[in-house]
Design a protein around this ligand. Sequence first.
Ligand SMILES: *Cc1c(COP(=O)(O)O)cnc(C)c1O
Length: 459
Amino acid sequence: MLNTRDFTQLNPMLARPGEPVSAPRTRLGDTELLPETAYQLVHDESMLDGNARLNLATFVSTWMDSYADRLYAEAFDKNAIDKDEYPQTAAIEQYCWRMLADLWHAPDPAATIGTSTTGSSEACMLGGLALKRRWQHRRQAEGKSTAKPNLVMSSAVQVCWEKFCNYWDVEARHVPISLDHKVLDGTDLDQYIDENTIGVVAIMGVTYTGMYEPVAAIAAALDRIQLQTGLDIPIHVDGASGAMIAPFCQPDLIWDFRLPRVASINTSGHKYGLVYPGLGWVVWRNESLLPEDLIFRVSYLGGDMPTFALNFSRPGAQVLLQYYVFLRLGRPGYTRVQEGALDVARFLAMSIGQMDQFELWNDGSDIPVFAWMLRDNPPREWSLYDLSDRLRMQGWQVPAYPMPVDLGGLTVQRIVVRNGMSMDLADRFIAEFQAAVDYLERLDGPLPQGASRSGAFRH
Ligand SMILES: *Cc1c(COP(=O)(O)O)cnc(C)c1O
């Protein structure tokens, strides 16, 4: 018997006489395979991945049009760091972050500096590194210690900020969220800020729930702190999702470079930038905010070009895809697509909010993302994890997860509406969601004589 964990097996229908019908999984094989056999093995195995259209958990693009696919196929060999070999890709990268600087109201787009990255995680690392290095320079100039930098943020930050603090020896200062303060809103901020604070992270689109943090209120709180203490604390806006929603759907909301305290902003090109993974962007208000000693130079058309990145080689194709979507959609196109997602999110939130069993955390009107809790009155024998399992049986991925610890074990369930989740699909989803809830509620009712519920649920 082959150990199926160690070998991947070919469908016997596809094997030719004399051909190996299995291949080792964790070491290189002793024979070569035909390309079509190897293709079929990989194809079959990856078929067990979920269906992207029914995945309401991810923020990341799973669909682009056929022209984008064509560009992708033409460009998949391009290395983004090879500025000399692909000067046009390098130029297009600049067009893109300059467009973002303009979209985010940089006072002087020509003075900004930015870069593409593999995603918001890398972009946040770079934003954080620039904050840390600027603080170090200032402290050194003042002859003060640089031993204990800290970064202030909500307890509901995305994990990339935990990574940043861990990898670069910065103390993470979490401001707890609560039912009264569902996001970082500037309240009590002075208790977290001191001379070792390198910056404050404000999230446009909290990953757990989709809510915006009020960047203007945070900036106002920091203005007051500066008046009292003289500490001038910059803000980095983590706009992984919201920085590509707010400019189109909430144009009057002031969260970006219109606030002088905002030093840098990141977004994920592969989230609401509408490009396949992995692409991110980060832009600084002006060049002076990105310390020169963080910049490396690579060869470019006989001269050199500044770069700031964690990776060296990485795919360049996504940059071309971003430029394609920027050209193709423009402002009206992005507005239409994002408004469409918001409509679907608000419809889904309203439908779920109307069910007796649930209470909405938010209504999907910031970014097209919302979360809800299970009402515990009357007490129920099923949990949101059970509902998540039930929906999974129909192919829908709707994760349930605990909120940050300060909310004492509160569980929420969340839906992310992306381009491709149509109103028709949303209608179908709500019908299946209702059926799943009805099923769980029936099991939860009085049991017939002699019936047992043992093992039906996990809590
Ligand atoms: C998704 C997300 C990130 C990480 O972005 P990637 O592009 O997946 O690396 C960071 N911050 C927030 C708020 C996010 O939602």
